[in-house]
Design a protein around this ligand. Structure first.
Ligand SMILES: [Zn+2]
Length: 505
């Protein structure tokens, strides 16, 4: 969870997501010009509709992933993005005026996953996880150009048209993400990934090939060397070999990095060789100096079966046998056999009574128990009720509201009426275990950050990195982060990306 202001201000509303997809499903197929090729293609929606869907979905994306706040880095990524954008089909003379006039934004998402994505209509995203693994400005330019390519070739609109023919798939997926009792139902652990997949759609191999072609075209016209991307794809290969399924987002939505290395080599074979300016390397590394690496503990973390949120100063126990997903707007816990769900979020209401009353106003709710409670001396209010899911299934719900430091928080636990007896104790233990964090070691925990260190001599990489790396980083991962081999020779003066546990200077 991010800080309270953010998640109160931008609650995830799956209604909006559904609306966007409904627009997409109800539009008949249309043919329209694709800026990237100038040809007419069958598309799911018009350019105006694409821009509208992008604008609407941008808020969802920020609520799901969170914005990485670093104005200097944002400016830098936008500058590189704009340089590539200027050479792209979205800004060329022959392109329709409405396309050329569509603003394109570049956003850094506060997520450790390695990903870059685009929404239709000109919203380009790169995660801080991706930025950490890139090594120079050329690589960043190619990644952004690839996403601009998806927008210019209108791949989202084409997928929408194709998936309409492939019937109902999108709608089924969207329904899974629909809200129930203020918290989402369905496969909650994958919610972020699922919403992202729905919004970004999964592109075909042909679309990915086209986006790679366009990225070579745009980035080389902008003066970058697309061959540099090979080093990044090799890095992805190494992460894939090491982590396997640990990066489902990127690997499921992008082709095998090995294939892309060959493709980039083929596509760039005819390009004149460029000597990359050394300033472009240091400019990139300087821009990401101090970047947060991995999970940010200030936004919440689990340790010893307790969830801690240092920024908001609260903690609660995680029921044993439950998996936890910490999303920007909520914390989601689900039991391993997916029989019970427990969600936690901030409420907009100013008092326990108001929050409980809002909950009780929901249609179809049959209240079984209600009344004031206490959680570690904090005033609380509990409700047990039966409710009906959108699919008709009856669930027994325990809702629990807590007044803490001037804000109202709420838990919602639910399971089938038959299984409620099994989970009631676990729900209550978590809800009543909510309390203040007092341990200064937890309150003051800082994220691991990337620091630049200059190699003082010619030596192997492993001999140059600190012996005491902050957990969970190990030398092998730091080598991948730097796009070098662990035993590779480093020349003096080279800047190395080192994970450090101290705060940002
Ligand atoms: Zn792509």
């Amino acid at each position: 969870m991010k800080n309270l202001k953010l998640f109160l201000g931008s609650k995830v509303s799956f209604g909006t997501l559904l609306l966007a997809l409904t627009v997409l499903l109800h539009t008949g197929c249309t043919t329209d010009i694709v800026p990237a090729t100038g040809e007419r293609r069958f598309l799911g929606y018009t350019w105006q509709e694409e821009a509208a869907i992008g604008k609407q979905s941008h808020k969802e994306i920020l609520a799901l992933f969170g914005l990485y706040r670093d104005p200097e880095l944002e400016r830098y990524v936008t500058e590189v993005g704009n340089r590539v954008l200027a050479t792209s089909h979205l800004r060329r003379a022959g392109t329709a005026e409405q396309v050329r006039n569509t603003p394109v934004t570049f956003t850094i998402l506060d997520s450790p996953i390695i990903n870059a994505m685009a929404l239709p209509g000109g919203y380009i995203y790169v995660t801080r996880g991706m930025l950490a693994y890139l090594n120079d400005e050329d690589q960043l330019a190619v990644v952004l150009a690839h996403e601009i390519g998806h927008v210019a070739a209108r791949h989202a609109a084409r997928q929408a048209w194709q998936q309409q023919i492939g019937q109902g798939l999108l709608l089924g997926g969207a329904l899974l993400g629909q809200g129930i009792l203020g918290l989402p139902a369905g496969d909650l652990m994958n919610l972020g990934g699922m919403a992202a997949e729905l919004l970004f759609l999964r592109y075909s191999r042909d679309d990915e090939l086209e986006a790679d072609q366009l990225s070579v075209d745009y980035s080389s016209r902008a003066g970058y060397d697309p061959r540099e991307a090979v080093g990044f794809f090799q890095t992805l290969n190494r992460i894939q070999e090491k982590e396997g399924q640990a990066m489902p987002n990127f690997l499921s939505t992008h082709p095998n990095p090995g294939d892309r290395i060959q493709r980039i080599r083929d596509l760039t074979a005819q390009l004149p060789l460029q000597t990359p300016a050394p300033t472009a390397v240091s400019r990139y590394l300087n821009a990401i100096d101090g970047l947060v690496l991995g999970e940010d503990p200030r936004q919440g973390f689990v340790e010893g079966n307790v969830f801690y949120h240092p920024a908001l100063r609260f903690r609660f126990p995680v029921p044993s046998g439950f998996k936890l997903a910490n999303q920007p707007a909520q914390v989601v816990m689900i039991d391993n056999q997916k029989r019970a769900f427990l969600g936690f979020a901030g409420a907009d209401e100013k008092s326990l009574e108001a929050a409980a009353a809002k909950f009780l106003r929901q249609p179809g709710l049959r209240v079984l128990e209600r009344g004031p409670m206490r959680s570690n001396q904090l005033p609380a209010y509990a409700v047990v009720a039966d409710g009906q899911m959108n699919n008709g299934q009856v669930v027994r719900v325990m809702a629990y509201f807590i007044d803490y430091r001037g804000s109202i928080y709420h838990f919602v636990g639910y399971t089938s009426p038959q299984a409620f007896g099994i989970f009631r104790g676990a729900f209550l233990q978590t809800m009543q275990g909510f309390g203040e964090i007092q341990d200064p070691r937890i309150l003051n925990r800082e994220p691991v950050r990337l620091a630049l260190e200059t190699a003082p001599r010619r030596a192997t990489f492993d001999s140059l990195i600190p012996k005491n790396l902050p957990a969970p980083f190990r030398p092998a991962e730091v080598a991948i982060l730097n796009q070098v081999d662990l035993r590779g020779i480093i020349e003096p003066g080279r800047k190395l990306k080192i994970p450090v546990a101290r705060g940002k200077q």
